[in-house]
Ligand binder design. Sequence first.
Ligand SMILES: Nc1nc2c(ncn2[C@@H]2O[C@H](COP(=O)(O)OP(=O)(O)OP(=O)(O)O)[C@@H](O)[C@H]2O)c(=O)[nH]1
Ligand SMILES: [Mg+2]
Length: 200
Amino acid sequence: MMRFMKIVSAKFIKSASHPSHYPEEKLPEIAFAGKSNVGKSSLINVLVRQKSLARTSNTPGRTQLINFFSVNDTYALVDLPGYGFARVPESVRKNWQPMVEAYLKSRKMLKLVILIVDARRDLSQQDLDLANWLIVNRIPFLFVLTKIDKLSKNQLNASLRKFKAISGLPEDFSPVLFSARTGQGRDILWAEIDRAAHTL
Ligand SMILES: Nc1nc2c(ncn2[C@@H]2O[C@H](COP(=O)(O)OP(=O)(O)OP(=O)(O)O)[C@@H](O)[C@H]2O)c(=O)[nH]1
Ligand SMILES: [Mg+2]
């Protein structure tokens, strides 16, 4: 198993909404999805050890386009716009599903979707809908529970129990525990990314 991911270079490639504007598919691709404001962009920044490669914000709905990054010219990381935030304009909300589905369906090099949920909150219907959609479309995915720095050990155990009960998923779908504050979970995620990138 890969222990450390040394970041030689991480760069922004482009933003796009329509498939005709996506960058060329040259690298194994990993996409990051989840509710608005859950910490998708922060997680990407921890992975690449850069403070603000992906834009983060206290304002939910910050990432409204699909943002493509490349790491070490080896992986493409894709920051997807978040769902489930009521205060974004209706036009943006209506656009989300077709935009994200078009992306997820069209990328032949997509190796893994990292589905991020807030460890303090219950899984939402939208999280479950996306997970089911990925299963139906045979796209590998993995759950991450993030912001675990905000929970005590007992609270975290309770969250994990709830996650299992609500998701109904078997043990091999146990979520990766993550914190952008402490960096916990970073090496495990890189190992998972590396493994997924090498499967056909
Ligand atoms: N304590 C703590 N705060 C976090 C963590 N991850 C993200 N945050 C905070 O959560 C807020 C949202 O983070 P973002 O990374 O912008 O979230 P996002 O999912 O990209 O949000 P959108 O692009 O709007 O969908 C920011 O204020 C982050 O500092 C974490 O692991 N721990
Ligand atoms: Mg974001």
